[in-house]
Write a protein that binds this ligand. Structure first.
Ligand code: SF4
Ligand code: SF4
Length: 223
């Protein structure tokens, strides 16, 4: 028990020396090939407000660069967590940091891990809304067989979307239905409409894989 408590604290310290303060721990159902790795470390890294505030009617080259840099950094941080765990005799796999703005598919859902870790909720825009930073974040996840239950905390009870539809109005692809995540987790967003719009409209800005409008207009977590 003491060993696990120490490990959770040491992990937090390791990450805080690298600028990462939003860290959570959760029990998860892993993909079949990693069935023994039933605990997750969730990392939530804030994006630059100065950069996000420049997204008014379209993404910017600076945002695309920032997005890629943050994701590359998250991959590095995730690896440092994995090595920390492996050095203590545990197994791990780092889920690759998202490489597209709505990061829908992948080895494991970063959003699921972050919500389960009590770090935030899913918004009407289908993005993870951090309790502290709203949607202005990127996520990483490390799955492991280490027992991290001493780091668990309760699910977030916040509902930033309660009286808001800002992202619904702002979406140029009309891809956001306006339903809350609870009302319809599978159809709150038309993923094809979002992706096709980005490819068509922003091919010359970020190769058509970023947009950011439904993030920049969101009041959640804004300073
Ligand atoms: S803009 Fe409003 S409705 Fe959309 S995700 Fe943010 S808080 Fe929720
Ligand atoms: S097109 Fe842009 S604003 Fe609409 S859902 Fe996709 S990322 Fe959000």
């Amino acid at each position: 028990m003491l060993l696990e408590k120490t490990m959770v604290n040491e992990l937090k310290e390791l990450l805080s020396t690298q600028g990462m303060t939003e860290v959570g721990f959760a029990a998860v159902t892993p993909p079949e090939e990693y069935a023994a790795l039933t605990h997750a470390v969730s990392l939530v890294l804030p994006l630059s407000d100065a950069v996000i505030d420049t997204i008014k009617t379209a993404p910017t080259h600076t945002y695309f660069h920032h997005y890629r840099t943050v994701n590359a950094y998250l991959d590095r941080l995730a690896l440092s967590v994995g090595l920390f765990l492996q050095n203590r005799g545990y197994r791990y796999v780092c889920v690759p940091a998202s490489q597209s703005i709505n990061g829908f598919s992948g080895l494991f859902s970063h959003k699921e891990a972050a919500v389960s870790a009590g770090l935030g909720v899913i918004g009407r825009n289908a993005l993870f809304l951090s309790e502290k930073y709203g949607p202005r974040v990127c996520l990483a996840t490390i799955l492991t067989d280490a027992d991290l239950s001493l780091g668990f905390k309760a699910l977030s009870k916040k509902d930033p979307c309660a009286n808001c539809q800002a992202c619904v109005r702002a979406c140029p692809a009309m891809a956001i239905s306006g339903k809350s995540y609870k009302e319809g987790s599978n159809d709150i967003i038309d993923r094809s409409a979002c992706s096709e719009h980005m490819k068509r409209a922003y091919q010359k800005i970020g190769r058509g894989v970023v947009c950011g409008l439904c993030m920049s207009v969101c009041p959640a977590g804004r300073k």
